[in-house]
Design a protein around this ligand. Structure first.
Ligand code: NAI
Length: 284
């Protein structure tokens, strides 16, 4: 059974909705008969996305709007909320999904760190804070789906600003769900969406064909909608290389760094290579 928020005539807002995972989600929502607002900072992509989502919409192009939005700006997200409410009157599904991954270095320029945290973390805080109060006041089941990353959980070396931003998304979304479930009469739930490797412009790196290990955006969104409808908070997506069982071992090992008093990121520490390899082979 699909979650009741995903019913025809309801309204979904997708940030970063003009490309990749967000676009696939916008198309799925439109196919199900929801009104869809595609919010994105990239105007050219927005126009292309509007045509694709409009073509998929069972209720026609009138059910689709676009909004040029920079999620790192509180004012821009406030304007988005007002525009969607003016057009469709309600919001049943908010997918805070906009994200960037330009790469980062520990001692790299501050403006790069600010930009990554601004979009990936502040974007999710702005979206949740601007939309949730009115969604709660509607008094109907509604969803806030925040796109995190496995890199925010196991924090592999190589892109520290991205990891920090996505670790923040995890902590924020956990706190948001705690807040919502302790709010009297609140029927809004929050969910942490954790994609695996998905072939999108973000990860394409010049490739035009999907690498065998990656999932498509559509596969990933279908998995997410199924798990959200089943009530999962942590929507941990596999891909063609990484089954859930491997993710579980990696996550447990990362938590074990603290419990076992190992160095941080010991998974990538030469002294722990054998121990980690053995750990992967043993079942809980
Ligand atoms: P994408 O690059 O295809 O789409 C991201 C969209 O966000 C783009 O249309 C872009 O214009 C928009 N955007 C960027 N900055 C924005 C801003 N300031 N305000 C509004 N929109 C903005 O990327 P993809 O792969 O679809 O990523 C979606 C989300 O999934 C991101 O949060 C990403 O970190 C996350 N993710 C992706 C994975 C993958 O393998 N593709 C894996 C794990 C997480």
């Amino acid at each position: 059974m699909p979650h009741p928020a995903l019913s025809a005539d309801h309204t979904a807002v997708v940030t970063g909705g003009a490309s990749g995972i967000g676009l696939a989600a916008a198309i799925r929502f439109a196919e199900r008969g929801l009104n869809v607002c595609i919010a994105d900072v990239d105007e050219a992509r927005l126009n292309e996305a509007a045509a694709k989502v409009g073509a998929a919409a069972t209720r026609g192009e009138a059910a689709v709007m676009t909004a040029k939005t920079d999620v790192s700006s509180r004012d821009s997200v406030a304007a988005l909320e007002a525009a969607v409410r003016a057009r469709f009157g309600r919001v049943d599904v908010l997918m805070n999904n906009a994200g960037i991954q330009p790469g980062s270095k520990m001692f790299g320029p501050e403006d790069n760190w600010q930009r990554i945290l601004g979009v990936n973390l502040w974007g999710i805080i702005h979206g949740s804070q601007m939309f949730a109060p009115n969604m709660i006041a509607q008094g109907k089941p509604a969803l806030i789906i925040n796109t995190g990353s496995k890199q925010g959980i196991t924090t592999p070396p190589g892109d520290p600003a991205y990891n920090v931003s996505k670790a923040g998304v995890k902590a924020f979304t956990e706190a948001l769900q705690h807040e919502l479930r302790n709010t009297p009469d609140c029927q809004v739930t929050a969910h942490l969406f954790i994609p695996g490797f998905v072939f999108t412009p973000l990860t394409a790196n010049g490739r035009v064909e999907k690498p065998a290990g990656a999932w498509t955006p559509e596969q990933t969104v279908d998995f997410m909608l199924e798990r959200v409808s089943a009530g999962d908070f942590y929507v941990l997506c596999p891909d063609n290389d990484v089954p859930r069982s491997l993710d579980e071992r990696r996550i447990l090992w990362a938590a074990g760094d603290i419990v076992e008093n190992r160095p941080p990121l010991s998974r990538w520490h030469a002294d722990y290579a054998d121990a980690f390899a053995t750990f992967l082979k043993t079942s809980p």
